[in-house]
Design a protein around this ligand. Sequence first.
Ligand code: NAD
Length: 438
Amino acid sequence: MKIAMIGTGYVGLVSGVCFSDFGHEVVCVDKDPNKIQMLEAGKVPIYEPGLEDLMAKNVQAGRLTFTENLKDAVTDADAVFIAVGTPTRRGDGHADLTYVFAAAEEIADSLDHYAVVVTKSTVPVGTNRSVAEVIAKTNPSLEFDVASNPEFLREGAAIDDFMRPDRVVVGVESDRAEQVMADIYRPLFLRDFPIVTTDLESAEMIKYAANAFLATKITFMNEIAALCERVDADVKQVSKGIGLDGRIGNKFLHAGPGYGGSCFPKDTKALARIGQENGMAMQITETVINVNNDAKRRMIDKVVDMCGGSVSGKTIAVLGVTFKPNTDDMRDAPSLTIVPALIGGGATVRVVDPQGLAEGEALLPGAHWFEDAYKAAENADAVVLLTEWNEFRALDLKRLAGCMDTAAMADLRNIYSPLDAKRAGFAAYCAVGRRGFG
Ligand code: NAD
């Protein structure tokens, strides 16, 4: 199959590279000339483990190319995927579909043969139908179908998620489009990964329902964690105890500083907005959004309390600022709420993150960047463990405590235990949903 992939961000690039690895001929398009230049030079503009090697392999095999020119890319395409961003629209929480419709118009202008235009971006219910209208209006004589193919990959594990998905969701309206999508995903179908074929609206809804459900699961656990702190229970034991119930499942039950990232915050807001527009208040989702904001604020209080009621004049080392490990993505990361609040409270904040500097430097003005956790902790008054990168999971706590002025740690990912901290010589330790000391 010949595929054009519009947008080479986290989703477009991973999808394009993986489709080429299936054996398809893929052209990836981006309107950002810097990204295309980097890709043509064999460099990946984002941090995603394994992506650079897989990309190089498929470029070498002649199946994967990059261009700024959308018209060239769609020349012989059987399917054109739209994988552009759908950020939150300013003011009302709605998904901003400007990029999707602009891409649809450009695709319609450029196509002169039958193709399936597939929306991979996360878009509100009804968008695929609107995309079809835009295409039909722009190029009335064009024969085409639209398909909805929401993406479920997780940054940091994107290649494995794409190659070994829990399911692939395909929303279509014609047998012809269904066949094209089946041909594209045949390698997965042959390996028994489930393909769920639906109508357009259901496919669009599946993506929002899945993300809102996951955000709810995390937020529920964070709220239970807050209660655990009040009643002296340990959320780690609680999540283990409930996660062994097969109906609940043991994933996504880790208490932490609140969800962030490029998807959950914007998709929960967009789902709430879809509800409002359809006269159906999404009360659970709306509450999840509020409770998650509270969770992030609670983390600030936790650090301030640990520092004796004020962070003014204190030096605080923050370990990890990306929204999760193994990505350089800073979109809506909890650090963007927590670090400015600490700086605003008068603290000197030092930051360490294996991949966060490029994006994070501009987003965290006033923070001082360090390359190493121990250097950042030197003569500091507190360490805040915010993103559980592997290198922060196995810290030499004795060494860390030994180089600090006041050995205090806020372990916002519950990596260590009060006992670990005490043994290492920490004077104060707090975590999320479990007892600390000091
Ligand atoms: P991104 O911002 O990283 O990438 C979007 C890319 O599209 C950018 O490089 C931009 O320059 C390009 N672009 C925009 N308009 C274009 C046009 N007309 N022609 C060519 N290129 C164009 O976005 P992302 O994180 O990859 O997300 C894309 C979509 O996938 C979103 O709807 C998102 O919700 C969804 N999604 C994201 C993830 C994730 O983990 N990031 C997971 C599942 C779904």
